[in-house]
Design a protein around this ligand. Structure first.
Ligand SMILES: NC(=O)c1ccc[n+]([C@@H]2O[C@H](COP(=O)([O-])OP(=O)(O)OC[C@H]3O[C@@H](n4cnc5c(N)ncnc54)[C@H](OP(=O)(O)O)[C@@H]3O)[C@@H](O)[C@H]2O)c1
Length: 329
């Protein structure tokens, strides 16, 4: 993208871990060869703002307006998340700066979290833990045995059929769950993929509904009270995407009064989930604190994707994982 003699300045406002920084330093040195470059690791946003003028490339967890304003020479921002909604303010969306994300690294871990949460609910492990806590042998008591169910033979609607949706559908199929999916439009695929306009019609036909959508103006509250009311009686709703995609008050209502039997939720309208949330009192809701996409090598993978793209950037090739900023994902 620039002349071999121009100095490329990179601001890595990401990991403060010295080992990760050493890895990145080594990777950048290897790719740059004898080309002049600068690599900064600012410790906080104020320090990042100081070094951003003149920098072409920024790696960050989120582009704040302060970083954007300071980064007058930026050409490329690499965001260490799949969901980039917190970076998409209007001036940045309208700018020519390319935004890349790390969609693709969460597929396996989220698919496994989803299987684990579904098995936890289906096997009534919550009740099994109660036996352990109160030491009252419950081998043939409700709900520990009578309410357990198998997942094989069930059906799932995967809403959002991108990297997370596809990886999860693969795992669901592997344990005998029949999958269909929803994306912005119908498309040919290994599983039937319908357009989102079919959501209201289809949502009531599946035992499990799995949400893997980005949060955009179109998906905000997509799972409205009306859609939740249309879900199949006794069904399970799984959300690993963003809390605001669901009307949370209507979800609580549905878990208390039907038609939903269970939910597995990693994300919430307000995070951290307030301690007063009624969700904490619902034994038919499996909750986790926005961890489904995390794994120990996460930052390492973010940096690997950055370096893959840096190589393309240096060679003047198109970057991969480019976000359509107007579409929001
Ligand atoms: N909990 C976590 O830790 C965690 C981790 C990673 C990701 N996430 C969340 O999961 C989201 C998805 O990640 P991903 O990597 O799978 O993204 P992705 O590969 O970009 O896939 C997004 C999918 O959503 C579909 N979509 C977008 N807008 C839609 C709409 N209005 N109606 C119907 N479908 C729509 C897209 O449809 P098309 O195929 O038609 O474009 C695509 O299939 C992220 O944006 C993030 O919010 C959460």
């Amino acid at each position: 993208m620039n002349d071999r003699t121009d100095t490329i300045t990179i601001v890595a406002f990401a990991s403060q871990n010295p080992d990760r920084q050493a890895d990145l330093r080594a990777g950048v040195r290897r790719l740059m060869g004898d080309r002049p470059y600068r690599l900064h690791f600012p410790a906080d946003e104020a320090a990042a703002v100081q070094v951003l003028p003149g920098a072409e490339i920024l790696m960050t967890w989120r582009l704040s307006e302060a970083l954007f304003r300071a980064g007058k020479d930026l050409k490329w921002v690499h965001n260490g998340n799949a969901g980039v909604e917190r970076s998409l303010f209007p001036d940045f969306v309208e700018s020519d700066i390319v935004l890349t994300n790390v969609s693709g690294i969460h597929g396996t871990v989220i698919a496994e979290w989803t299987l684990a949460s579904l098995f936890y609910l289906a096997q009534r492990f919550h009740d099994v833990d109660e036996w352990r806590a109160d030491r009252d042998w419950k081998q043939h008591k409700e709900p520990i045995t009578r309410q357990r169910f198998t997942l094989e033979g069930k059906s799932a609607l995967v809403v959002g059929y991108g990297r997370v949706g596809q990886a999860t559908a693969e795992k669901l199929k592997a344990i005998g769950i029949r999958c269909e999916a929803i994306a912005t439009q119908a498309k040919p695929s290994a599983v039937p993929v319908h357009g989102v306009e079919k959501l209201a019609e289809l949502v009531g036909r599946f035992d499990i509904v799995f949400i893997a959508l980005p949060i955009t103006p179109q998906t905000d509250q997509l799972f409205s009270r009306e859609i939740l009311q249309r879900m199949k009686p006794g069904s399970i709703l799984v959300n690993v995407a963003r809390g605001r995609i669901i009307d949370e008050a209507a979800l609580i209502d549905s878990l208390q009064n039907g038609p939903l039997a269970y939910a597995a939720l990693d994300v919430f309208t307000e995070e951290p989930l307030p301690p007063s949330s009624p969700l904490f009192d619902l034994s038919n809701a499996f909750l986790s604190p926005h961890i489904s996409g995390n794994f120990p090598e996460y930052t390492h993978r973010v940096q690997e994707m950055f370096l893959d793209n840096l190589e393309r950037y240096i060679e003047g090739k198109p970057l991969v994982n480019v976000v359509d900023k107007r579409r929001g994902y």
